[in-house]
Design a protein around this ligand. Structure first.
Ligand SMILES: [Cu+2]
Length: 132
């Protein structure tokens, strides 16, 4: 292949990878880190469910487009965001190592108990950690 062909192939691979990440809001790096980008808008999270495996390091980047803050908490992994909530119009990052399988709701606007489904904003963020 000449250099232009090689450059075209590299660009194509980049576009495919970018489209994949955009479609899923998810990316997996080579070191076992699984990254999710979640948008909070109209009191809903998109995506509203994330799935990872035991042993993964999970990074969640939140973007809150609402005029109110939203609380997120995963006490199972001692994980939350600074001050326990993503500020109105702001961003926050949450990171943890998934040490065991769970399925729970990490949206905790209604209180500290993640199993409380009566969040005052009504949102859900289902976190499912699967057996590796
Ligand atoms: Cu909320």
């Amino acid at each position: 292949m000449n250099q232009i062909t090689i450059a075209s192939v590299i660009v194509a691979i980049g576009l495919i990878a970018g489209a994949y990440i955009a479609a899923n809001g998810t990316s997996m790096s080579g070191d076992g880190t699984k990254t999710f980008n979640i948008v909070m808008e109209n009191n809903r999270y998109n995506p509203s469910e994330i799935v990872a495996s035991v042993g993964d390091r999970v990074v969640i980047n939140f973007e809150n487009r609402d005029p109110v803050s939203h609380g997120v908490n995963l006490p199972e992994f001692n994980a939350t965001v600074p001050n326990g909530h993503v500020p109105a119009g702001g961003t926050a990052r949450m990171e943890f190592v998934a040490t065991r399988p769970i399925s729970t709701d990490a949206a905790v606007c209604g209180g500290a108990n993640p199993s409380d489904k009566t969040d005052d904003h009504g949102e859900e963020l289902v976190v499912r950690i699967l057996e590796a």
